[in-house]
Design a protein around this ligand. Structure first.
Ligand SMILES: O=C(O)c1ccccc1NCC(=O)[C@H](O)[C@H](O)COP(=O)(O)O
Length: 260
């Protein structure tokens, strides 16, 4: 059993617990639920933004503890001020040390798109994302069927949310394309064995239909890599650990952005 299998098993338990505690009506009555989500595309392509989707990530299965002291409001505001096009906030508790309050705090402090970064396997989580103030949801091809990707994408679009599909290889890309997607992310990290290779992005970029925003995800630590990914056709760059592993993630992104 790999880490994704373990995460999905735990996620099913978490969702059952959440459903018992918070009804769909309660989620729909959240003040954030009425808000029109920000357009991922507008912020990703804006001239005064960098294309960086800056992630708040306390820990991960591959790296263990990354940052146990950072404040989510402070860090995400600094990411925003440095020109991030969007924020990614992990809400998985057991494997990434995230929590619902993190996304609520990021929403309260920022007026740019926020990705609810989690392992989405149930429509209920999409309703949670909207209720917590997210603008974008992530659908990971390796844990979903093509039918689920289409149905969850449609469900999210009907709520006005933006949809980011994550793939790691050509086979996942081919089987997962749906009209209910806005962006396709190539994860440079193999989530089954944690190996990372930026070449994965370069290999897949031209296979992604041009109507989708193209995002390169994970293991980006050098401003030069951003220049090369942009030249190859990517619009967005999801970066977590490179900023979060420092004492001051806000200063770290500022220094990084000055070099791209
Ligand atoms: O990061 C992990 O160890 C991980 C393990 C299992 C499933 C997902 C995982 N990460 C999620 C991500 O995709 C990254 O948090 C995101 O792309 C940022 O990556 P990085 O810049 O390398 O922190």
């Amino acid at each position: 059993m790999n880490i994704l299998d373990k995460i999905v098993i735990r996620k099913k338990e978490e969702i059952a617990d959440a459903k018992a505690l918070v009804s769909i009506t309660d989620l729909e009555n959240s003040p954030h639920f009425k808000r029109k989500p920000y357009s991922f595309k507008d912020f990703l392509l804006a001239e005064d933004r960098t294309g960086i989707i800056a992630e708040f990530k306390r820990r991960s299965p591959s790296k263990g503890l990354i940052n146990g002291i950072a404040d989510v409001g402070e860090v995400t505001q600094a990411y925003n001020a440095a020109g991030a096009s969007a924020l990614s906030v992990l809400t998985d508790v057991d494997f990434f040390g995230g929590k619902t309050d993190d996304i609520l705090a990021a929403r309260a402090a920022n007026n740019i798109p926020i990705l609810r970064k989690d392992f989405m396997i149930d429509e209920y989580q999409i309703l949670e994302a909207k209720a917590w103030g997210a603008d974008i949801i992530l659908l990971i091809a390796s844990i979903l069927t093509p039918q689920q990707i289409n149905d969850f994408g449609k469900f999210a679009h009907n709520l006005g949310l933006n949809v980011l599909l994550e793939v790691h290889n050509h086979e996942e890309l081919e089987r997962s394309i749906s009209p209910h997607l806005d962006a396709i992310g190539v994860n440079n990290r193999n989530l089954a064995d944690f190996t990372v290779d930026i070449q994965t992005s370069f290999d897949l970029v031209n296979k992604i239909p041009d109507k989708f925003l193209k995002i390169s995800e994970s293991a980006i630590s050098d401003p030069q890599t951003i220049k090369e990914l942009k030249a190859a056709g990517f619009n967005g760059f999801l970066i977590g650990e490179n900023f979060m592993k420092t004492d001051n993630p806000g200063a770290s992104i500022k220094e990084f952005v000055a070099q791209i």
